[in-house]
Ligand binder design. Structure first.
Ligand code: FMN
Length: 395
């Protein structure tokens, strides 16, 4: 576990830079690191402007920095450079304040024309302060960050994917692991190579899904609702003995996507926890997860699947609509005004001749590879009614 200090440099209290920083922070916390935040706008202005490091709050911030293993510096781009607030803080630091530390620089800005501000303006000063390693940073376009009143933020995939990658790389450096092998598009996950396996929720292979989902929900919905949505269903519901199943897709040993079903009644199962690793989105893996879940559900005798997703998951809504799930809400309304977005799908089983190993503690047999599509589904005509209650639960 590393001790990490995050530095927030925006003068604004409704800050896109802070939204980026808190998303990255959630991921670092989920990986077991200890985070302390330094919010520069909360430091006393006069001593800061005077460069008075004897002020106790400023001294405490400098001390935190000195005792940290790593630092995440997040700044808005102002006038083609990093924020002045960060400049005055960096100016009062001792010359080698970052000696021995890993540093991750992050920025937000209004125009891609200033994307180089991270490497051209910020990186040299971090290096000059003695940082052992300044990681590959990322510039997030302000338009790719949608802030919601009351908390919660939705990133455009163009921002969340690379942000995920640079955070992963930073985590690798912190853990002393080798850098990830660069994947060219040609080497990207080949759907034919992806294996589907049924596992118990405590299987280590399920950890990426179970760790990443709370981060994702926490970011999108803010602190409050995310926890409710995640704890409402105990993961033992996904055990085979309880009528459930947890399916993972793996590629060369890496868990890249997954999802689960749980029993609602003898004929109905609910889809939960559908997830695709940020690094592997837009490759049809969510669709493949649904195929596997539908096959297992039909094989277990379920005749219907239902699910709810949340209003800040447009990609999930797109996935369910394109795979024959019937929406039970007004597709034309702003999802924020609806809340829960329910879907259902009727299943028609095709006799399955293969073998499925169990996922429960009663079935520790080797994992089966479930790659044959054995199910077709019948979708009803989409309904156009609003019947959701305001909540933020996601499947
Ligand atoms: C005074 C000021 C100057 C700015 N200058 C730039 C700039 O030179 N280049 C750029 O890409 N964005 C510029 N922006 C846009 C901000 O970088 C962008 O809105 C950023 O996301 C704000 O972050 P915040 O919400 O954390 O304060 C400027 C914004 C302000 C208020």
């Amino acid at each position: 576990m590393a001790t990490i200090v995050t530095i927030s440099s925006s003068p604004s209290s409704t800050s896109r830079t802070d939204a980026v920083l808190s998303h990255v922070t959630r991921r670092l916390v989920a990986r077991g690191h200890e985070i302390t935040q330094v919010v520069l706008r909360d430091l006393p202005a006069e001593p800061l402007l005077r460069g008075d490091a004897r002020d106790w709050q400023i001294a405490a911030a400098v001390q935190l920095l000195e005792s940290a293993d790593a630092v995440v510096v997040a700044t808005p781009v102002y006038k083609a450079a990093y924020a002045g607030l960060l400049k005055v803080f960096l100016d009062l630091l001792p010359q080698y304040a970052l000696r021995g530390k890993q540093v991750l620089p992050l920025a937000t800005g209004g125009t891609l024309a200033h994307v180089l501000a991270v490497d051209y303006a910020l990186r040299p000063v971090l290096t000059s302060l003695g940082a052992t390693h300044v990681a590959q940073g990322w510039f997030v376009l302000a338009d790719h960050v949608r802030l919601f009143e009351g908390g919660g933020v939705l990133f455009d995939p163009a921002a969340s994917g690379p942000l995920h990658d640079v955070t992963d790389e930073f985590l690798r450096t912190l853990d002393g692991r080798a850098p990830a092998a660069a994947r060219s598009l040609a080497q990207a996950v080949d759907p034919l190579e992806v294996k589907a396996i049924v596992v118990s929720p405590d299987d280590p292979a399920a950890a990426p899904l179970l760790t990443d989902l709370p981060v994702e929900y926490g970011t999108r919905y803010g602190g409050r609702s995310a926890n409710v949505s995640l704890t409402e269903v105990p993961s033992c519901d996904f055990e085979k003995v309880n009528g459930g199943a947890l399916v993972l897709l793996t590629d060369a040993g890496e868990t890249v996507a997954g999802g689960a079903i749980r029993r609602l009644d003898s004929e109905t199962a609910e889809i939960k926890r559908v997830w695709t690793s940020n690094r592997h989105r837009r490759r049809g893996l969510g669709r493949r997860v649904l195929v596997e879940l539908e096959r297992i559900a039909a094989d277990r005798g379920y005749r219907r699947l239902c699910l709810t997703t949340g209003p800040r998951q447009p990609e999930a809504v797109g996935l369910y609509l394109s795979t024959g799930y019937t929406p039970h809400f007004d597709l034309e309304a702003d999802p924020e005004t609806i809340g829960l977005l329910p879907f259902t799908k009727d299943l028609v089983a095709v006799p399955f001749s293969g073998h499925e190993s169990g996922s429960g503690p009663d079935a520790q047999a080797p994992r089966s590879h479930l790659s044959t599509i054995q199910v077709t589904a019948v979708a009803r005509e989409p309904h156009r009614r609003v019947d959701g209650t305001r909540s933020a639960v996601a499947s």
